[in-house]
Design a protein around this ligand. Structure first.
Ligand code: FPP
Length: 228
């Protein structure tokens, strides 16, 4: 049977994890419970990427604009990141998952900084999957900051990181929200209705299957149409 897949598995998947609050409200729970369930979905996304052979996974964990949220919710999220780094790093190291944190560091709680350094140091040899957590992240800020250190578009791309092949956003929203604006120049986008805490390996497999059925020409014409 002829395959309908045109593309290989995406090398770089980026996910905007949306809908934690709505998921919690629908269950009559506080928003922070949605974030806690969301952290479990992070593990499922990582496992799915490892199984499928995705090489880089970038997760939007906390945007520079998320500081505008109620102080209690921000604190709960910071505690959750702390807990995540305390409990998951060893497992990631064993599984060959390299962790990086992208975004500003100067506004993060001081207790988080040594844990981030340790996570990056302990896992730097990992080659199976590069997990990049975007925390206090703004793409505009990242581009503006990196642009001052380079003198060409190619250098800027190198400075920021790999182009995104597949961008997934959950909870029915269809925006980039200041996430990887440069790196998403040619990203294929998949928008899912489900809230992030319901995301599982099947959700990832479906998104990857949608991606693989797409045609990417990067502004050129398909090889079969290139003559005449
Ligand atoms: C967006 O949903 C989600 C966030 C701002 C936080 C994402 C954080 C996690 C998934 C928790 C754990 C992450 C790690 C890396 C351990 P929302 O709160 O905006 O949902 P809503 O739009 O329904 O209100």
């Amino acid at each position: 049977m002829k395959s309908t897949y045109h593309l290989p598995v995406p090398e770089h998947v980026a996910i905007i994890m949306d809908g934690n609050g709505r998921w919690a409200s629908a269950q009559g729970l506080p928003r922070t419970e949605g974030h806690r369930e969301g952290a479990k979905a992070v593990r499922r996304a990582i496992e799915g990427c490892c199984r499928l052979g995705v090489k880089t996974l970038t997760l939007y964990a906390f945007s520079a604009d998320n500081w505008k949220r109620p102080r209690a919710e921000v604190s709960a999220l910071m505690l959750l990141f702390r807990h995540y780094l305390l409990t998951e790093v060893e497992e990631c190291r064993k599984e060959g998952i390299r962790i990086s944190v992208i975004g500003r560091r100067d506004r993060l709680p001081g207790t988080l900084l040594p844990l981030i350094d340790e996570a990056e140091r302990e896992t730097r040899g990992g080659t199976r999957l590069h997990l990049r957590l975007a925390v206090d992240y703004s793409a505009r800020d990242a581009i503006f900051t990196a642009a001052r250190r380079v003198s060409s578009a190619e250098e800027l791309s190198k400075e920021l990181g790999p182009d995104v092949d597949l961008l997934v956003r959950t909870a029915g929203e269809q925006r980039l929200s200041d996430f990887l604006l440069w790196e998403c120049a040619y990203a294929e986008m998949v928008f899912l209705q489900q809230c992030w805490p319901d995301f599982d390996e099947d959700s990832l497999a479906d998104a990857v299957a949608q991606y693989r059925g797409r045609v990417r020409n990067f502004g050129a014409v398909p090889v079969t149409a290139a003559v005449g």
